[in-house]
Write a protein that binds this ligand. Structure first.
Ligand SMILES: Nc1ncnc2c1ncn2[C@@H]1O[C@H](COP(=O)(O)OP(=O)(O)OP(=O)(O)O)[C@@H](O)[C@H]1O
Length: 653
């Protein structure tokens, strides 16, 4: 028998979670003793371990499982790269300024916050809103409620909902128009805001001492993949499909980051660029994910002003053209599986398709994995079909071919008109115009060449160059003959499917999804992180600091280490209950207690974090069970069948 726990006994409380994360140093504002900088955070020991464990799972789930080629490319990037990629011109958000204080706000976020507050005020006025949870929340509500606690007309509610559903689709001028028509002001000051202006999010720098080589800190890792494409292709024996993967830091000078880890100015990304033949976007492992069911919010629904989702099998979504192709669908499913594996609540995960205006002009389809949290739905992973855009623009700019040359199984045989020049006569007759003439003839299509051939057969022909000059050609200058061509190589620029993960957003939403308080006591917070990613897997708790405990503590920690299980000894001078409570807050899934009986009989108790159930067994049996629990080869129910319940004095009171 295992104990049932009610994890929803207390409503989610963000203030308490934030306090826990700060107290246990999951992360904290960077440069705090200098006053801090908005949007910059340092991770402490549990936060760093949690992030490292998420990355470890990500590497296994994607790089190892799919045989991806891993990269580590530079952050500092010379300006021409981002000029070519379009970031210098377009990697920007719209900002508005408070007309009196000059405070800067991100335009789409302002519209969202104000309209959502008005809708919440409407619900409150109708008596449907949830009661505020604590003092801080009450104060916030009071401030916003003054303007917003009024019943809105049904048509206005519908209009606001439509705007919110389409928010990502508006241009800057349209956002300005919305602010004017709906009297959207800076909520902090109630002042009007000015016209939206574009603000480029890249941090500028310069490379070298002269200041003549401008550079940028990369805002994503993707360009490093594309610029190395020909080397990667060679490494992969010249064949597509294949994928490159990279985990690294990116930088964005966000306009007004106020959402903790959800919007920061420096963050870790994990990005995949999967290169595929544009004529065949099927995926050989698609059948493995066909039946994965996913909640989708497609673009047509949003464009109609709704946010109604539907659950679909990924196979059906691709077959019915909801998702553009198998490779994109495959990655959507694999992203879903990854997020669930590390502990994201599937009930709070959806995939939202980009609307027409929202999508980059070159992209063919794009889906964001959005995870619900206390701020609403947040994009945590983007998954886009970027077509051939990136490789094409870098190739055109540098002259370096970023293409695949594929040997054809069956050569393609074609017959066409071929031009042969007598260069000596051409040069002598037309001197500096010779090149123009050659270009003009060689750019002719088949029909024009046939016509020209006929005219030459009559004695001479007149051609006109692009700049309108006329030239008379005779058969001693060129001949045109029908020839057979055999093409055994096909050249093409691959298309790129790009899953792009922001690890900080995933980590934070995972913490929210894992947090709850014990039924009997709201102060006793627990992080139910899955063992796979929990910072520490096993807590070793010696009941006494006496020297006679030391050899057994050492033996247990050594054996766990040898089994590859990350454990920590907590021999602090506090009650065992406090030690366990502290580790519940750190998300440590298991604890082993070494007491006087352990020293005498070589037995140990094993405690499970969520249920606080305790079992007992020999030191070696407990180590074996906990190792399997951590590796996921057994669950707690199976462990309970192996180890009897501990009916001695409860270690946690
Ligand atoms: N400022 C940020 N702070 C933390 N993570 C971020 C930030 N910007 C982007 N990310 C992460 O990087 C991923 C890929 O970046 P992408 O360019 O698609 O984001 P985005 O569409 O610009 O995000 P948003 O619209 O929220 O600004 C996002 O899904 C997100 O997880």
């Amino acid at each position: 028998m295992t104990t049932q726990v009610n994890k929803t006994a207390h409503a989610f409380d963000k203030v308490r979670l934030d306090a826990l994360l700060n107290r246990r140093f999951f992360y904290a504002p960077a440069f705090e003793i200098y006053g801090g900088v908005a949007g910059l955070y340092d991770y402490g020991p549990p936060g760093s371990s949690l992030q490292a464990n998420i990355i470890d799972q990500w590497r296994k789930h994607f790089i190892v499982e799919e045989g991806m080629l891993e990269l580590d490319t530079t952050i500092m990037t010379p300006a021409p790269v981002f000029e070519t990629s379009g970031h210098v011109a377009r990697f920007a958000d719209w900002m508005v300024k408070d007309t009196k204080t000059g405070d800067v706000l991100r335009a789409d976020h302002l519209v969202k916050n104000v309209l959502e507050a008005r809708l919440a005020g409407d619900l409150e006025a109708r008596g449907v809103a949830a009661a505020p949870q604590d003092e801080k929340d009450k104060k916030k509500k009071k401030k916003g409620a003054k303007a917003a606690a009024v019943v809105l007309e049904d048509a206005v509610v519908k209009e606001y909902e439509t705007i919110l559903a389409q928010l990502d689709n508006y241009s800057g001028p349209q956002l300005g128009e919305l602010c004017r028509t709906h009297n959207i002001r800076n909520p902090d000051t109630d002042n009007e805001v000015g016209e939206p202006q574009q603000f480029n999010l890249m941090f500028t720098s310069s490379i070298g001492p002269t200041g003549q080589h401008p550079g940028y800190l990369r805002p994503e890792t993707a360009q490093g993949h594309f610029l190395n494409f020909s080397r990667l292709l060679e490494y992969n024996n010249g064949r597509v499909p294949f994928a490159s993967a990279q985990i690294g830091r990116s930088f964005r000078n966000e306009i007004s980051p106020r959402a903790g880890l959800l919007r920061v100015r420096e963050f870790t990304m994990a990005e995949i660029e999967h290169y595929v033949d544009p004529e065949d976007k099927n995926h050989e492992k698609f059948k493995e994910v066909r039946d994965v069911e996913i909640v989708l919010l497609d673009r047509h629904v949003q464009e109609a002003g709704s946010s109604a989702t539907k659950k679909m099998k990924i196979g059906d979504a691709v077959d019915q053209g909801v998702i553009a192709n198998q490779t994109l669908g495959y990655f959507v499913a694999r992203i879903y599986q990854f997020l669930i594996k590390i502990g994201i609540n599937p009930e709070r995960l959806r995939f939202r398709q980009h609307m027409g205006n929202e999508m980059a002009h070159y992209a063919t389809d794009c889906w964001d994995a959005e995870i619900h949290n206390s701020t609403g739905w947040t994009e945590c992973v983007g998954c886009a079909d970027r077509a051939a855009y990136d490789l094409s623009v870098h190739s055109a700019k540098t002259g370096h071919p970023l293409i695949v040359r594929q040997a054809l199984k069956e050569p393609i045989v074609t017959e066409k008109e071929a031009v042969e020049w007598n260069k000596k006569v051409l040069g002598k007759t037309f001197k500096q115009d010779a090149g123009t003439i050659q270009k003009t003839v060689e750019s002719m299509d088949e029909a024009a060449l046939v016509k020209l051939k006929g005219q030459l057969a009559q004695g001479s022909a007149v051609i006109t160059s692009v700049d309108g000059k006329e030239f008379q050609l005779t058969p001693d200058i060129l001949t045109i003959e029908r020839k057979v061509f055999k093409q055994s190589i096909r050249e093409f620029t691959p298309n790129v499917i790009e899953p792009s993960f922001g690890l900080g957003r995933i980590l934070y939403t995972l913490l929210e999804h894992s947090f709850w308080s014990r039924e009997q006591d709201v102060e006793r917070g627990v992080l139910s992180l899955p063992p796979l990613v929990a910072p520490t897997k096993v807590l070793i708790v010696p009941l006494s600091a006496r020297a006679e405990f030391d050899p057994l503590v050492l033996e247990v920690s050594t054996k766990l280490r040898r089994a590859g299980v990350f454990s920590r000894v907590d021999d602090s001078n506090t009650s065992i209950g406090k030690r366990y409570a502290r580790n519940d807050e750190l998300g440590t899934p298991y604890g082993v207690t070494i007491d006087f009986a352990s020293v005498q009989n070589r037995t140990m108790t094993l405690r499970e974090r969520d249920t606080m159930d305790q079992r007992i067994g020999s030191v070696d049996d407990v180590i074996a069970a906990v190792t399997e629990l951590v590796n996921g080869t057994i669950d707690w129910g199976e462990a309970c069948q192996r180890l009897p319940a501990y009916d001695g004095v409860q270690a946690v009171d």
